[in-house]
Write a protein that binds this ligand. Structure first.
Ligand SMILES: Cc1cc2nc3c(=O)[nH]c(=O)nc-3n(C[C@H](O)[C@H](O)[C@H](O)COP(=O)(O)O)c2cc1C
Length: 190
């Protein structure tokens, strides 16, 4: 079992990254290794809508020359997929949506390359917009035929400056339960 956590924040070491690392640590304690992908360190162009992926239907994308193929390979070979974003004007970041648009479309074109993977979204904002962004990311998981367990609350946190989320104990408890449910599911599906 292996997990991948995609951090959609352009800010290295920020709140989104800390929340995802919290999840990876919890999963690791349950026996699932994982890795963090910081989109801040990657270049992923947006989907051009060319639909070549529907013709090739092999998991490839015609937009070439950036980091998409490597990240998509990690996504399709992982068992658990976590996707995290800060809220930017009520939405997920454009860096993250560029990746998710392409990954979702290429996956569907390839016959469901992300189907039945476990996972879920994690979002953080200073004050408002978590619900919209959580729903935005949940739409991606659901149309990608993935399996998202619940928790004691939704996977969202409050924080502005890097590290603020460490004081949002309810958010951390929510993520713990979410990760425990991922482990519970993963072990039963083995
Ligand atoms: C361009 C931009 C837009 C933002 N929009 C919102 C917003 O709509 N609502 C909010 O509460 N916080 C907003 N914030 C604050 C961030 O969501 C918050 O600082 C978050 O903790 C950043 O996460 P990070 O450290 O992972 O980058 C925005 C920040 C930036 C830079």
């Amino acid at each position: 079992m292996r997990a991948i956590a995609i951090c959609g924040s352009p800010r290295r070491g920020g709140n989104t990254e800390q929340l995802l690392q919290h999840c990876l640590d919890r999963l690791a304690a349950g026996g699932v290794s994982g890795s963090l992908v910081r989109l801040a360190e990657k270049r992923v162009e947006h989907c051009t809508g060319c639909a070549v992926c529907k013709e090739t239907a092999d998991g490839s994308c015609a937009v070439d020359g950036d980091d998409f193929a490597d990240i998509f390979h990690e996504l399709t070979t992982a068992d658990i997929v976590l996707v995290g974003s800060p809220v930017y004007f009520g939405s997920a970041t454009p860096q993250l949506m560029a990746l998710l648009d392409r990954a979702g479309y290429v996956s569907r074109a390839g016959g469901g390359l992300l189907s039945r993977k476990l996972g879920g979204p994690v979002v953080v904002a200073r004050r408002a917009g978590q619900n919209f962004t959580y729903a935005q990311l949940l739409y991606w998981f659901m149309i990608s035929d993935m399996v998202v367990p619940g928790s004691s609350y939704w996977n969202m946190a409050f924080g502005a400056d890097p590290g603020d989320v460490q004081r949002d104990t309810e958010a951390l408890t929510t993520l713990d339960r979410f990760c425990d449910n991922l482990l519970w599911l993963a072990n039963r599906l083995k």
